[in-house]
Ligand binder design. Structure first.
Ligand SMILES: [Fe+2]
Length: 263
């Protein structure tokens, strides 16, 4: 992707997002949250890509995938007032519809258009397809890591300040009870990412974010999570009953093992 094509994509994103500003304070805060998230994911994807030593990575293409990956969040927030796909619509589907109807990708070769659309579609799916083109898998893994790395910081901030500054869009309808649900514990103990339908409480939500370590692809992402102390900080909000302690212990051992493998 050349610099002119990149600039066209960036300009479209800025103009598109600017159309969603509104006087409601909470909505405006969430729009800004997604804008800042997007720009940090752009930085993350370049940093991760820069550490994996694969020369054929097109950094501009990676950055456009990051720039567009959550473009559906703006429409989702305006129409449904939530970031919960389960009670609204899949935000990657909204993103692809917005991108297609704008024609922004028409400046790019077909291979890149399709790659961008597929990486957006899969950025929030539970699994990537088992086998696919090397290009698609590489860029998809990059966006999934870059996205998760930033979201962990965003949710921690939300957990820390949700009493003074409530934000329903970030709560996903969870209830404030000090317990973990059986399906959530079961997913973790099988080294699987926690699935949303089994979640009921804020503790479940903490464990769901913690379980993302089962789906991290690159050493840089592991190192960054370790350095920021995200896991320990998420665990701080879990109760001290037997099952929580078991889950915490399991996650810490897994993370330690994964860090060692990558060194
Ligand atoms: Fe997303």
């Amino acid at each position: 992707m050349d610099s002119k094509q990149f600039s066209l994509c960036r300009k479209w994103f800025e103009d598109y997002a600017a159309g969603f500003h509104c006087p409601d304070e909470e909505v405006e805060r969430n729009i800004d949250l997604k804008l800042q998230h997007t720009y940090r994911v752009c930085e993350n994807i370049k940093r991760i890509a820069g550490t994996i030593g694969i020369r054929c990575i097109d950094l501009a293409l990676a950055e456009v995938i990051a720039l567009f990956h959550d473009v559906g969040r703006f429409e989702q927030l305006r129409v449904y007032g939530t970031f919960n796909d389960r009670i609204s619509a899949d935000h990657s589907k909204i993103a692809i519809q917005a991108i297609n109807s704008s024609g922004v990708l028409s400046c790019l070769p077909i291979r890149e258009r399709n790659l961008i659309r597929r990486c957006i579609w899969y950025h929030n799916k539970y699994h990537l397809p088992d086998s696919d083109s090397a290009d698609f898998l590489l860029y998809s893994r990059l966006i999934r890591d870059a996205d998760k790395l930033d979201i962990l910081g965003v949710v921690l901030e939300h957990f820390n300040k949700r009493e003074e500054q409530p934000n329903q869009a970030m709560d996903f309808g969870m209830i404030d009870e000090p317990r973990l649900s059986p399906d959530v514990i079961s997913d973790v103990m099988q080294e699987r990412m926690v699935r949303m339908p089994g979640m009921r409480t804020f503790e479940d939500m903490r464990l769901m974010y913690l379980s993302w370590i089962f789906d991290i692809n690159f050493p840089f992402t592991i190192a960054s999570i370790k350095e920021s102390g995200y896991l320990e900080r998420l665990m701080d909000g879990l109760s001290d009953d037997k099952e929580s302690l078991q889950a915490k212990d399991f996650l810490l051992k897994y993370f330690e093992k994964k860090g060692e493998v990558y060194i």
